[in-house]
Design a protein around this ligand. Sequence first.
Ligand code: 6GU
Length: 244
Amino acid sequence: MRIDVVSIFPEYLAALELSLIGKARQDGVLDVRVHDLRTFTTDRHRTVDDTPYGGGAGMVMKPEPWAQALDAVLADAPSPDRPTLVVPSPAGAVFDQAMAHDMASLDHLVFACGRYEGIDERAIEWARDGFDVRPVSLGDYVLNGGEVAVLAMVEAVGRLIPGVVGNPESLVEESHSDGLLEYPVYTKPSSWRGRDVPEVLLSGNHAKIAQWRRVEQFRRTADRRPDLLADVDATALTKADLAA
Ligand code: 6GU
């Protein structure tokens, strides 16, 4: 998978050289390229922003550097297919695990990190000619720019690409994989500071353990994220769960 990120703070994306994503890049599984938006300016001050028409606080990113940067990305695209352009914004659709899976199926993702009050809307409209444009938000709060959101999204998407997470089994039983939160986990010692690991987990009875974990998933989800339960298939709750 090819990922291009355009930002005025390319150093922010250095974290993508670490851990599993960094390893996947070294292994050639992920081809991540970070571009400095300012290299696509032409004035002496390398200006990327200006005051908003209509007034108001803050600055708006000028459209032309974005068009230059995105044209350069298109010119160097790995295939003639339209890449997906993710525009991180608190005004976007909320990113979730389903969206991560959807993005993981794509060959070429491009992230346009806005700063200040955002990017001139005409640049976003213009980009629709060459890209499948998707404004995406991490949630209902405001960040200063798209870089931190891109770190989160590239990690969430990248770990779904075969070969990025060493043991693919790790992806099967985790929070949100079945619409529920993950069950609690424990390791040695079995008794620690007066607290014991739930006995069923020491029983060796795999059917009972699976049932206990399922119940804990529902308990935890009902407690912390009751909103998720509305979307969970009722058949996910088995008779065995209810009896527990
Ligand atoms: Cl994707 N960008 C910014 N700037 N703020 C956000 C966000 C994204 N998601 C939540 N807040």
